[in-house]
Design a binder for this molecule. Structure first.
Ligand code: ASP
Ligand code: MG
Length: 412
C-alpha cells in the first residue's frame, strides 16, 4: 500500500469520457489499497482559449488578472474529476491551489512554490478521501491567485509528492513514456524504461516537452520518484512508462547515449568586428540581460588584428528585440562593424550519462553530421550533452542520422 500522486494532463481530462477514464484508473489503484492524490490540468485547449480571450480584451494582459482568468481552467477540471470519482463510488474532494494553500511568490504567470500546507490533504486521506488538487496554480502571501507557468501542473504534482512524502509521482500524459527522440521524426524511437534526473533535465531544457523542466528540478532536489506514463492505454494494458531515476539506482548496463533532443525555437545573433579587449562580452550581453532576454549558447572567436566576432543564441520569440538592442545600444557604443542575425536555426543535442566515461562521442557526432553535408554553426558541451546549432532545414535529417549512428533504435 502506497501513497501515490497521479497527475493528469490536459488531453487526459480533455472530455467527460476521458475524465471518467481517469476516475476508473484511480478507483483501480484505490481498490489495490493505495491512497491517491490526483492533480489535474485544465481540459485540453482551455488554457490557450483563456489566454486568447484575455488578449482580445487587453493586448498585454495584466499579469495579476491573467492569473485570475487562467486558474479557472484547472478549477473546472478538479470539480468534474471529483464528481467522476464520486460516480465510481469513491469519496472524493477537490481543492484549488489557494484552498490547499500552495503558497508561491508573487511572480504572476511564472510563480514559484514556496511552501505547501499538507494538513488538509493528509486529514482527508486519513478519512478515506481521494483528494483532487488543481495543478498550475497557487496563492501568494497577499492571497492573490498565481500560476506557475505553462506546463506547471507537473510541478504542482511533484511538489505535492515531496510535501506529502509520497512513494511516487506518476505523470499521466498522451505518450507512454520518455522516448529516445520524438517519434514523429524518427518512427524507430524507443521508449526508455529509465532515465536519470540529470539526463531528463537536459532533455527537458533542450526541447523535449514531456515534462516541465521545473518539475524535474524539483524532483531531483527533493528526491521524488517520478514516472511518466500514458493515460490512453486500456486498463489492462497499462505499461510501466519511464522511471526517472537517481544515479545511484541506475543499472550497470547504462547506454552511453540516452536520447537526441532538439529545439526549433532558437535564433542566432552575431556582432562582427568587435574590439578584442576586456569588458566586451559584458558590454554586449549586459544590455541583453537587462532586457530580460535569456541567452543560451555563446561563441567568441579568437581575435586577430585586434578584432573578433561574437555570436550567441536567444529564444526565437526574442530575436527582433535582441537585434534592436544590439543595433541601437551595443554597436555604436563598442564600435562594432556590423550586427547580423539568423532566426532560422535549430539546436540538436545528444544526451547521455555515459559520455562522462567514454571518449569519442563528440567526434562521432561531428563525423555523422559531416557525412550528410550538414554544417555545424556553433557547438557547446557539458558533462553529459553535446549541442550543435544547425540551419533549421537540417533538423529532421540530423536527428534521424544521429539516432541511427548512436544505435538508439536498438534495444538494450
Ligand atoms: N493548463 C496549464 C497549461 O496548459 C498547465 C498545465 O497543463 O500543466 O500550461
Ligand atoms: Mg503538460
Amino acid at each position: 500500500m502506497a501513497l501515490i500522486v497521479q497527475k493528469y494532463g490536459g488531453t487526459s481530462v480533455g472530455s467527460s469520457e476521458r475524465i471518467q477514464a481517469v476516475a476508473r484508473r484511480v478507483s483501480r489503484y484505490c481498490a489495490q489499497g493505495h491512497r491517491v492524490v490526483v492533480v489535474v490540468s485544465a481540459m485540453s485547449g482551455e488554457t490557450n482559449r483563456l489566454i486568447a480571450l484575455a488578449r482580445d480584451i487587453q493586448r498585454e494582459p495584466d499579469p495579476r488578472e491573467l492569473d485570475v482568468v487562467l486558474a479557472t481552467g484547472e478549477q473546472v477540471a478538479i470539480g468534474l474529476t471529483a464528481m467522476a470519482l464520486q460516480a465510481q463510488g469513491l469519496k472524493a474532494r477537490s481543492y484549488t491551489g489557494s484552498q490547499v494553500r500552495i503558497l508561491t511568490d508573487s511572480a504572476h504567470t511564472k510563480a514559484r512554490i514556496v511552501e505547501i500546507d499538507s494538513q488538509r490533504i493528509l486529514n482527508d486521506l486519513r478519512e478515506g478521501f481521494v483528494v483532487v488538487v488543481a495543478g498550475f496554480q497557487g496563492v501568494d502571501a497577499e492571497n492573490d491567485i498565481t500560476t506557475l507557468g505553462r506546463g506547471g501542473s507537473d510541478t504542482t504534482a511533484v511538489a505535492l509528492a515531496a510535501a506529502l512524502r509520497a512513494d511516487e509521482a506518476q505523470i499521466y500524459t498522451d505518450v507512454d513514456g520518455v522516448y529516445t527522440t520524438d517519434p514523429r521524426i524518427v518512427p524507430e524511437a524507443r521508449r526508455l524504461d529509465r532515465i536519470t534526473f540529470e539526463e531528463m533535465l537536459e532533455m527537458s531544457s533542450l526541447g523535449s516537452k514531456v515534462l516541465q523542466i521545473r518539475s524535474v528540478e524539483f524532483a531531483g532536489k527533493y528526491q521524488v520518484r517520478l514516472r511518466v506514463l500514458s493515460s490512453f492505454e486500456a486498463d489492462d494494458r497499462e505499461g510501466p512508462g519511464t522511471l526517472i531515476t537517481f544515479e545511484e539506482e541506475q543499472v550497470m548496463e547504462q547506454p552511453i547515449i540516452s536520447g537526441i533532443a532538439f529545439n526549433r525555437d532558437e535564433a542566432k545573433l552575431t556582432v562582427l568586428g568587435v574590439p578584442d579587449k576586456p569588458g566586451i562580452a559584458y558590454q554586449i550581453l549586459g544590455p541583453i540581460a537587462d532586457a530580460n532576454i535569456d541567452v543560451d549558447m555563446i561563441v567568441q572567436n579568437v581575435g586577430h588584428d585586434g578584432s573578433t566576432d561574437f555570436s550567441f543564441t536567444v529564444n526565437r520569440g526574442e530575436f527582433e528585440r535582441a537585434r534592436t538592442i544590439l543595433e541601437e545600444q551595443v554597436k555604436p557604443h563598442i564600435g562594432a562593424r556590423e550586427v547580423s542575425g539568423d532566426p532560422r536555426i535549430c539546436k540538436v543535442s545528444v544526451v547521455g550519462m555515459g559520455m562522462r566515461s567514454h571518449v569519442g562521442i563528440a567526434s562521432k557526432m561531428f563525423r555523422t553530421l559531416a557525412e550528410e553535408g550538414i554544417n555545424i554553426q556553433m557547438i557547446s558541451t557539458s558533462e553529459i550533452k553535446i549541442s550543435v546549432i544547425l540551419d533549421e532545414k537540417y533538423l529532421e535529417l540530423a536527428v534521424r542520422v544521429l539516432h541511427k549512428a548512436f544505435e538508439l533504435d536498438q534495444i538494450g
